[in-house]
Design a protein around this ligand. Structure first.
Ligand SMILES: *Cc1c(COP(=O)(O)O)cnc(C)c1O
Length: 461
């Protein structure tokens, strides 16, 4: 299995190339050359999440690693979860369940993709006798999950830019209290967009790297993160009905990585009814699915900050695979003109959307209302991101048949202000978060407007 770019220039890439490179050199996103098919009869015999992963992950890694190496790696990949099963499924009623993906060490679903990425980074670096710098910006949960996943690997140093803005204190403290020699949380005086610009510039410039050193991208366009997430869609379908009925998944989304993983699972053979694309008031995806209007607008700050985006990077993969049937020329044309020109799909192709997708945009007020509704009527406490997915299900109820699974992407304890505003109190918070609260913060304050950040990485490299 090899990989190629959605824009057609970068082709015949191995799993390892794609892992270490992140973004394709033509600006596109990597895709597998074909969709590997999963034998559901065999997968049905699996018990645990790791058993499932052992059937899924090797389908993508054969160009670089032997299956027995990958199986061994998977046994050690997901760690420090507070649930033995890694994932819990909470039934609201017979037609609606919550897939709790927040039992990992950073209390958000990003642990699934990033722990897998870190394992493969480390195996590759060991093999090649090299080191790497992880360099990224975070608006919430990516930074902490990346830091946590990489911190025990001495071959990797992590430099994560923390912008000014909307992230919760706990989210920040998860990054600033790690206290490891190879972890550098940077409080940058700028917005998330300023920080992302610096990261982009860093990936071009690379002046702070040592000879032969890798610069690794941990944002959600990295294909290995998608693989980690595909595994939990198969796992939940297995647990809920052994693949006997197609399910709906309601996914609270920003960069479309989690939705794309669901789509990928269905292309690999998982029975699927509908994907509910649930967004906050940053509604570019909702405008596309409802009006064929994918146009960039400025970012609104919401109470679900990990979904505050102006564009949804992984959406390019869906455009390429689902709408354009892998026509990289058209994909490349659309994206080379974006955002100056909106992305619009020709009407007859766009109409396919409703076979597979429903969408809804949920504002902050409805998010609060939904959190209160579930607490009051079901005794269930959810975080604001999860509530966006839950509210979308309620609003679209008349259009939904089959059982629905909503994804709980973060533990509610990560967002105490939102809980307080909803009049909800939590009696139990995860150990990993409790630990963070009592530790002293240590971070580096640096300027986004000059070369301080690049100089800082160089000095500490
Ligand atoms: C990152 C994140 C999301 C959005 O995920 P995408 O893959 O970018 O769509 C949703 N909820 C939480 C809690 C997150 O951290």
């Amino acid at each position: 299995m090899l990989f190629h770019s959605t824009r057609g220039k970068d082709t015949n890439k191995t799993f390892e190339d794609v892992l270490m490179q992140g973004l394709a050199s033509d600006g596109g996103l990597f895709m597998p050359n074909e969709w590997p098919k999963v034998d559901l009869k065999v997968l049905k015999e699996s018990e645990s999440f790791i058993d499932v992963a052992k059937h899924i992950v090797p389908l993508y890694t054969k160009s670089s690693f032997r299956d027995d190496e990958v199986i061994r790696l998977l046994d050690q990949t997901w760690h420090n979860f507070e649930s033995e099963e890694l994932i819990e499924i909470y039934d609201i009623d017979k037609d609606l369940s919550v897939l709790e993906l927040f039992h990992g060490p950073t209390a958000a679903f990003k642990d699934f993709g990033l722990q897998l990425a870190a394992s493969f980074f480390n195996m590759t670096l060991q093999k090649q006798n090299k080191t790497a710098i992880v360099f990224g910006a975070t608006s919430g949960d990516t930074g902490s999950a990346a830091i946590d996943a990489c911190k025990e690997f001495d071959l990797i140093k992590s430099f994560i830019l923390i912008p000014e803005g909307n992230m919760s204190d706990i989210q920040r403290k998860q990054m600033t209290t790690v206290n490891k020699k190879n972890v550098f949380p940077i409080l940058a005086n700028g917005t998330f967009d300023d920080c992302q610009d610096i990261v982009k510039k860093g990936f071009k410039e690379r002046s702070f790297l040592r000879d032969g050193q890798y610069l690794l991208a941990v944002n959600s366009i990295n294909w290995v993160r998608i693989i980690g997430q595909i595994c939990y869609y198969f796992y939940s379908s297995l647990k809920i009905n052994k693949f006997s009925q197609p399910l709906n998944f309601s996914v609270p989304t920003g960069n479309f990585g989690n939705v794309f993983a669901c789509y990928a699972a269905s292309r690999m053979g998982m029975p699927l009814s509908k994907i509910i694309v649930a967004v906050n008031s940053n509604d570019i995806l909702n405008r596309f699915f409802r009006n064929n209007d994918y146009s960039k607008k400025s970012v609104n700050e919401t109470i679900s900050p990990s979904m505050d985006i102006s564009v949804a990077s992984n959406f390019e993969r869906l455009v390429y695979d689902f709408y354009l049937d892998r026509d990289s020329k058209t994909c490349s044309n659309l994206y080379n003109q974006f955002p100056i020109k909106n992305i619009q799909i020709s009407e007859n192709l766009w109409k396919k959307s409703k076979d597979l997708f429903l969408s809804y945009s949920v504002d902050d007020e409805s998010t609060f209302d939904c959190m209160k509704f579930y607490k009051k009527n079901h005794g269930y406490i959810m975080d604001p991101h999860t509530a966006v997915a839950a509210d979308a299900v309620q609003k679209l109820n008349n259009e939904i048949i089959n059982k629905t699974i909503m994804l709980a992407t973060a533990h509610p304890a990560k967002f105490p202000n939102a809980l307080e505003s909803s009049g909800i109190s939590l009696d139990k918070i995860p150990y990993s978060l409790k630990k963070v609260l009592s530790k002293k913060e240590k971070a580096y304050e640096l300027d986004t407007k000059d070369n301080s950040i690049f100089n800082f990485i160089k000095e500490n490299n």
